[in-house]
Design a protein around this ligand. Structure first.
Ligand SMILES: Cc1ncc(COP(=O)(O)O)c(C=O)c1O
Length: 467
């Protein structure tokens, strides 16, 4: 491609994008100045249509765990498409879906042995929500239909999943939302006192905070009546709001509460599964046993879409024999190409020890980011595995955050673009307080951590001077 062709292509693509492409979760007006067009990926790098290289600091969207440009994943997709491009798993089956279900059941903790495929995370959550309601009806407890989740948590956009999502600004325009969703405080230790916890949640009282936050779930179950509550949906590390890991004893206490009141515990691992926290499933990282796991994104490292809800023997039991079927499914659920790619991707995980790499290097990644706390704008660095959030504040001493105007100027007006211009694709997000989110491919190590820190340091230093 000559430079002229590139330029012509770029102009034509930009015009077509402006005329016809509706971007997700974005202001269409930003297209007036052109949209960044990404054309290539290799390892932990991506390139735009002008040939500029960036570090992919977000694995696309928490997806490309094994990195870009893996020929063997492309080849396995082509081979499967040639052999059997499509067949549903409605009353029939195909080898790739069977093998993948078997593999996921092997990895999943405890008695999570049954896999219901979908095409992405939102559908996996939707599936778990419907199954929870149906399960309790089959137990002769039809009023157990409500679901509890946490403030600011994101669980997807289908109307059921949206009822579980805890971000009012994403919901108000779609009211009335599917009924039955109730919210409890999240595990934001940095702002625990603002949520009503008394003590040092980031220090000596971390465990007390874990118990306090878990007990808010019990309180909500009691407020609503245990006979009306079907399930609790929690991410092992909550993404939205900027990476809230579970405090000590949190999941132990949540499990206890769920058992006491007959409420199902769903671990939404759409982001956390497949290595993000250094394990195939993050429930293992934090030592708890969910009744269902929802997962998607990194299962194929993004080389083809798929989602799954992994279900315990107990929940599956009423469906095992007799005439009961789960009237639910998706044409493309468990797609042969995606299932074949997932199997190959999981082979890469095993062969290259990606989980081990994350476990070994996570403390170094954290340390590199924590060096940024010498900057006046960096209030908190938190996360786990290869999954971190950096909270930005106006005043470190008081933890004062930015008002709407400042947030608008800082995040949308400056930071996202400045980070990108400086060669780092990541996310500046203000669904809760303003944070920069990082979730790079699981293949990187100390050299790249330093590079990421360097870029962040430059841009955050400049951001401060612009306030
Ligand atoms: C925790 C969680 N659940 C569900 C979803 C929805 O997944 P999808 O976008 O694949 O529908 C997401 C997406 O980011 C997520 O982070």
């Amino acid at each position: 491609m000559t430079d002229t062709t590139t330029t012509l292509n770029e102009a034509a693509l930009q015009q077509k994008a402006k005329d016809h492409l509706w971007m997700h979760f974005s202001r269409q007006s930003t297209m007036e100045n052109g949209v960044p067009i990404i054309v290539k990926g290799e390892g932990h790098h991506i390139w735009d249509s002008k040939g500029k290289q960036y570090i992919d600091g977000l694995s696309g969207l928490f997806v490309v765990a094994a990195g870009h440009g893996r020929r063997r994943l492309a080849e396995v997709a082509a081979k499967q498409a040639e052999e059997l491009a499509f067949f549903p798993i409605w009353s029939y089956a195909h080898p790739a879906a069977i093998e993948l279900a078997d593999r996921l059941a092997d990895y999943a903790p405890g008695d999570l042995n049954r896999v219901f495929f979908s095409t992405g995370g939102g559908e996996a959550v939707e599936t778990a929500f419907k199954l929870a309601k149906y399960y309790w009806k089959l137990q002769g407890r039809p009023t157990k239909h409500k679901v509890i989740s946490r403030s600011v948590a994101y669980h997807g956009t289908p109307q059921g999943a949206l009822a579980i999502t805890g971000i009012p600004a994403m919901k108000e325009m779609f009211e009335p939302i599917t009924p039955g969703g109730f919210r409890v405080p999240n595990t934001n230790a940095y702002r625990a006192n603002e949520m009503g916890f008394v003590g040092d949640a980031q220090g000596a009282d971390a465990e007390a905070f874990g118990l306090w936050a878990a007990n808010r779930i019990e309180e909500m179950i009691l407020f609503e009546g245990p006979e009306t509550v079907a399930a609790v949906f929690l991410e092992p590390v909550q993404n939205s709001g900027g990476c809230f890991p579970p405090p000590p004893s949190y999941f132990r206490r949540v499990r206890e509460i769920c058992d006491q009141y007959d409420v199902l515990l769903v671990s939404d691992e759409v982001i956390c599964a497949f290595g993000r926290i250094g394990h195939m499933f993050a429930a293992d990282a934090y030592g708890f046993q969910p009744d269902m796991i929802t997962c998607a994104k990194a299962m194929t490292s993004g080389y083809s879409p798929i989602g799954a809800t992994i279900i315990s023997d107990r929940i599956y039991e009423p469906f095992r024999t007799g005439n009961t079927s789960f009237y639910h499914g998706y044409t493309f659920g468990g797609h042969p190409v995606s299932a074949a790619v997932a199997l190959e991707n999981l082979d890469i995980f095993e062969e290259e020890g990606l989980n081990e790499n994350v476990r070994q290097n996570s403390p170094l990644f954290r340390a590199a980011l924590e060096r940024l706390t010498d900057l006046p704008i960096v209030g908190d660095v938190r996360g786990d595995g290869y999954f971190f959030g950096i909270e930005l504040v106006k005043d470190k001493a008081t933890k004062e955050t930015f008002d709407d105007d400042e947030s608008e100027r800082l995040l949308r007006g400056f930071l996202s673009k400045a980070l990108y211009d400086a060669g780092l694709y990541c996310r500046a997000d203000d669904r809760g307080d303003p944070v920069i989110q990082l979730a790079p491919p699981l293949t990187i190590g100390p050299k790249e951590f330093d590079e990421i820190e360097g870029i962040l340091r430059g841009v955050l230093t400049e951001a401060w001077t612009r306030l």
